[in-house]
Design a protein around this ligand. Sequence first.
Ligand code: NAD
Length: 320
Amino acid sequence: MRITVTGGAGFIGANLVRRLVAASDVEVSVLDDLSSGRRAYLEELPRTRLVVGDVRDEAALDEVVAGADAVVHLAARVSVPESVADPVDTHEVNATGTLRVFEAARRHGDLHVVWPSSAAVYGSPTTMPVSEELPPAPASPYAASKLAGEGLARSHASSYGLPVLTFRFFNVFGPLQPADHAYAAVVPAFVDAALAGRPLTIYGDGEQTRDFISVHALTGVLETALRRRLVHIGPVNLAFGTRRSINELAGLLEEHFGPLPVEHREERPGDVRHSQADNRLLRALVPDLPQDDFPAALADTVRWFRAQHDDVAQLTPGPS
Ligand code: NAD
């Protein structure tokens, strides 16, 4: 099986590529502009080719899509604050780039496309859990760009019969996730702070909740979707349908690190209070969905970050 992964040098992409090429029947071509992804994440992987380029570039897309059986389209500008600062760039990559990928899939024989939209399209819903039937209410240019992609996926399925599956990802965490920028996701930000001996920063009272899913579980669902060629006309929530608070996450991390100091800051404007998926549609599509692996996956994530931290500590000369 030959699979093209756009954004394959990023957090979710590199985890997916590693998982896919672990099977000897899979070859992967990655298209990534390395704007946030890292070449090092793909080095020394078997049956993996990286083309450095932009998803908006038709020739680069043709190069990676030719001869493929399926495309996983993950390339995107993923930062909400950056989308607020530069909405046109986010729209061009996330909406126009997604259209370009669908067109490439169509040119090369109506390839199966699996790609993520985001729970951000729900905005700040007042009811929980959120089902795909809820009217979207994007509150950022990032969310709007993902919603535009959803419209394009649906219209390519109905106008051209393109076999597409759109997932709405919720809060994904795990190894390879960046922790080193101001808007890092909460799991890597907390683990990084704990390892560095800094307090955990909690915005507001910490009782806000998230539907966390490990990148291990998420890429397992993506692989299943590829192997079974799953399609659906509308978006499908990809989450376990659980709700864990930020305080609960901090408490679980104390089991790994001991007592952790916390610094409370003002709630950030625009932060969603609660996020929880209704995942009945996902369960209908993937009846053998694995169990939520949160505590074990969090332990794995801590192990991975600890190993990175120890490597850096060994390379950094101490005081002489
Ligand atoms: P990431 O930033 O680690 O990965 C995105 C990858 O796309 C990077 O490798 C980047 O270099 C590449 N890229 C960006 N612009 C590109 C362009 N114009 N051409 C080619 N490559 C480009 O982010 P991630 O967390 O791995 O996200 C992967 C996908 O999942 C994105 O589509 C994102 O919107 C979606 N998603 C992620 C989450 C999450 O919790 N991480 C939640 C919802 C949706």
